[in-house]
Ligand binder design. Structure first.
Ligand SMILES: *Cc1c(COP(=O)(O)O)cnc(C)c1O
Length: 382
């Protein structure tokens, strides 16, 4: 076993488990014990671990060309941009690749501010947009922001209600950024009325509406993009987590109104859109655009929430598709998650003292869903 914190920065609360192998919804530790993964690397491994098509795409592309940088074209990158643009914000959409979700958010903020020649950024209570300075400034959580003050100027937050959003956006607003389903704070799907109010307010004041779909996009909630289930189309869309099948990638997708904002020299990065990651993303998109898979995600999500609600000690259950959280009436979510991992070999996540989050791979079987519920029932039974 190689469980050691000697040379690792102490910024993560790691569990004492060393994973060595994965396949589909299963993980194996270094001693060969099998786990059921209902976290998927924080909503990354949507197509399951080591999906054979993703593995093959990576292996084949790695043997051909790994990196040339962004002064040149590669076929996987150009085709991936086309695919993301065509399936998202309509004619004239353009894609800027990044290495992560936070960087996609940074790009969105820079794009919106350049378009407005300055201006404020409004985000919502309970939001999470990442850890870099711009993204952190749009993440109104005292514990995450306070140690790193001063933050970027011109950011403020409002409640996630239609009235609050209308009041917060004015003529100086460059962007309103929101997660249509708030993930890190405990899975809070926003009402369609809030999204509609956000769209109206941004239109009225010439602000960019940014949907951060880093977690809720790419099939997680039962449609390729979550906004497809609402009445609203954003101006800017961020994606990341699930896009590379486990490899680091992100993208800012800019709709027609904002696609021309960045000019040569405005923004850039060394690695993004590299051919290996783009090849992996194509294999991922083949899986997560399948209408049968998306229908199954919606069905399984409904069943998961109904069965969670019937477990002892479970209060409110929230979610969309296979992005789900449940509150424990007696609290103790971090302890439950720890016991689930160590006693039941079920990988879960606690987003707070009373909230357990479940983000299984989208390819789970009915039997795996039943098995996870059986393990949870054992843990929750008095
Ligand atoms: C995870 C997440 C991010 C940050 O992504 P990183 O790849 O960790 O930088 C941003 N927004 C949302 C909604 C996320 O869930």
């Amino acid at each position: 076993m190689t469980i050691s914190d000697e040379h690792l920065t102490a910024n993560y609360g790691r569990f004492p488990v060393e994973f060595a192998r994965g396949l589909g919804t299963r993980l194996w530790d270094a001693d060969g014990h099998e786990y059921l993964d209902f976290l998927a690397g924080l909503g990354v491994s949507n197509v399951g671990h080591c999906h054979p098509a993703v593995v093959a795409a990576i292996q084949e592309q790695a043997a051909r060309l790994i990196h040339v940088g962004n002064l040149f074209y590669t076929a996987p990158m150009v085709a991936l941009a086309e695919r993301l643009a065509r399936t998202s914000l309509g004619d004239g959409t353009k894609v800027f690749f990044t290495n992560s979700g936070a960087e996609a958010v940074e790009a969105a903020l820079k794009c919106a501010r350049k378009a407005k020649q300055g201006g404020d950024v409004v985000s919502l209570h309970r939001a999470f947009h990442g850890r870099t300075y711009g993204a952190l400034s749009a993440t109104p959580q005292e514990a995450k922001q306070a140690p790193f003050a001063p933050l970027v100027p011109g950011f403020r937050a409002c409640e996630a209600t239609a009235a609050a959003v209308r009041a917060a956006v004015d003529d100086r607003t460059a962007a309103l950024i929101l997660e249509p389903v708030q993930g890190e704070s405990g899975v809070w799907p926003l009402d369609d009325a809030v999204l509609a109010a956000a769209r109206e307010a941004c239109d009225a004041h010439g602000a960019a509406l940014i949907f951060d779909e880093v977690q809720c996009g790419l099939g997680r909630t039962g449609s390729l993009w979550h906004f497809e289930q609402s009445s609203v189309v954003p101006d800017l869309l961020t994606t990341a987590k699930g896009l590379g099948g486990g490899l680091p990638v992100g993208a800012l997708i800019a709709g027609p109104e904002y696609a021309g904002v960045f000019a040569p020299g405005d923004h850039g990065s060394t690695f993004p859109g590299g051919p290996v990651i783009a090849a992996a993303a194509h294999a991922v998109l083949d899986v997560v655009t399948d209408p049968r898979l998306l229908a199954r995600v919606r069905e399984l999500g409904e069943r998961l929430r109904a069965e969670l609600a019937a477990l002892p000690g479970v209060g409110e259950v929230r979610g969309a598709g296979l992005m789900t959280a449940c509150d424990l009436t007696a609290g103790g979510a971090p302890e439950l998650v720890r016991r689930a991992l160590l006693e039941e070999r079920l990988v879960l996540n606690a987003t707070g003292p009373a909230t357990v989050r479940l983000l299984p791979p989208l390819v789970i079987s009915d039997a795996e869903l039943d098995e996870a519920l059986t393990r949870l029932r054992r843990l929750l039974s008095p």
